[in-house]
Design a protein around this ligand. Structure first.
Ligand SMILES: Cc1ncc(COP(=O)(O)O)c(C=O)c1O
Length: 388
């Protein structure tokens, strides 16, 4: 029998998967590795879920929805995007997907021909590169620097552009660095996209998890962006609904139709039950998200203070729920540091190299983890550092 496809053989397995398995199998291990909220879904959503299930017949829950997503949900999403993100969009410009990862994948399928390039940050979210490579696209990297607060430098984007470039991919607030891109940087990137006729993919998965009064700006809200920008959002992070697999993308109509064709052959539609829940989530009082955001904020400040106190330089993350810590003072490589920390101190963190070569010298710690777990993990971290 032939082996699995070559494509599959080259597809990397993430270290996070391995770490998650170790952490779930070992009661002693404290995990700061996982990028999903530790919170259960907000109470009104749990109540709504029961109602949706009780009324499953009226809701036609066992049936597919329209491939693009339920019209009522798309209408509500268009309103949300107009009101909260300042994006002038309509229901027909929105595609509902099984998480934003599916929308991103469909986006690459719909815009890239083989060997065409996507410009993206290094370090950056680890879900992008395999998705680009699966459609035979090519990632082109722009290196982020700690001295520049890991912000994207538009001059470096200009330098990375070739005749094969099709997409500039942004992620604000960023996983893994927590950086929030300023309006000024976004305006410069928007100008580049128009000048060079490139699409912009703006991944805004953490849009509502922002601290210190910083503001989230969607590049899709800037003048002239309606033909260029795709904005990717998810219910996974702010609403703590990862398991419901619900995301959406807004973009130019013709291209959204193309993405929908791809999604049709992947999953036909996003889960019906999740779409009904998403509708309720959009109407939920904002205090439920705000309560989670405040708790992340408290953990963020604690974590950053402890790490800096140990002599590990940790920039204060502006958004998301990750700290990206500089470990170069330990003289250990990221992966060796992570393995030793796991073995000796039973604390799981993610090596920076999981997010690209420029992540060498860093580890990512997730504070989507209960406060007391972070406290214990930091005590173990400190004892570990004293030995090394
Ligand atoms: C930056 C970023 N984008 C997209 C995703 C995918 O999220 P989902 O598919 O759950 O919407 C993640 C998940 O960790 C992420 O961190």
């Amino acid at each position: 029998m032939k082996e699995v496809s070559e494509r599959e053989r080259f597809l990397p397995r993430t270290i996070i998967e391995k770490l998650t398995k170790i952490a779930s199998e070992s009661k002693e291990t404290l995990s700061l590795s996982i990028g999903e909220p530790d919170f259960d879904m907000p109470r009104p959503l749990a109540q709504e879920l029961k109602k949706i299930v009780r009324q499953h017949k009226q809701n036609k829950l066992s049936h597919y929805t329209s491939g693009q997503g339920m019209p009522a949900l798309r209408e509500a999403l268009a309103q949300k995007l107009r009101k909260e993100n300042n994006i002038k969009t309509h229901a027909e410009n929105i595609l509902v997907t099984a998480g934003s990862q599916q929308a991103l994948f469909a986006g690459f399928l719909a815009t890239l021909d083989p060997t065409e390039e996507v410009i993206l940050s290094n370090p950056g979210y680890l879900g992008y590169i395999p998705a680009i490579e699966l459609v035979n696209g090519v990632p082109a990297y722009v290196t982020l620097k700690e001295e520049e607060n890991f912000a994207l430098n538009p001059d470096l984007i200009k330098k990375a552009i070739t005749r094969k470039t099709r997409v500039i991919l942004l992620n604000t607030p960023s996983n893994p660095t927590g950086t929030v891109l300023s309006k000024k940087i976004l305006e410069e990137v928007a100008d580049i996209a128009v000048d060079k006729d490139l699409y912009i993919f703006s991944d805004e998965a953490y849009e509502k998890l922002i601290y210190d009064g910083k503001k989230h700006v969607s590049i899709g809200s800037l003048n002239g962006m309606h033909n260029y920008a795709f904005t990717f959002h998810t219910f996974s992070k702010s609403y703590a609904l990862c398991g419901f697999r619900l995301g959406y993308v807004a973009g130019p109509q013709k291209e959204i139709d193309a993405l929908q064709k791809s999604v049709h052959y992947m999953s036909l539609c996003a889960p019906h039950i999740s779409q009904l829940l998403g509708l309720k989530a959009l109407q939920m009082h904002p205090k439920y998200i705000e309560n989670m955001r405040r708790e992340y904020d408290r953990r963020r400040m604690f974590l950053v203070k402890r790490l800096n106190g140990m002599g590990l330089h940790t920039p204060v993350p502006e958004g998301a729920f990750y700290a990206f810590t500089n470990i170069t003072s330990t003289k250990m490589k990221s992966l060796a540091f992570t393995n030793a920390l796991l073995k000796e101190a039973k604390v799981a963190v993610v090596p920076g190299t999981e997010f690209g070569s420029a992540g060498e010298g860093y580890v990512r710690l997730s504070y989507a983890t209960e406060f007391h777990t972070i406290e214990h993990a930091m005590d173990r971290f400190e004892r570990f550092l004293k030995k090394h």
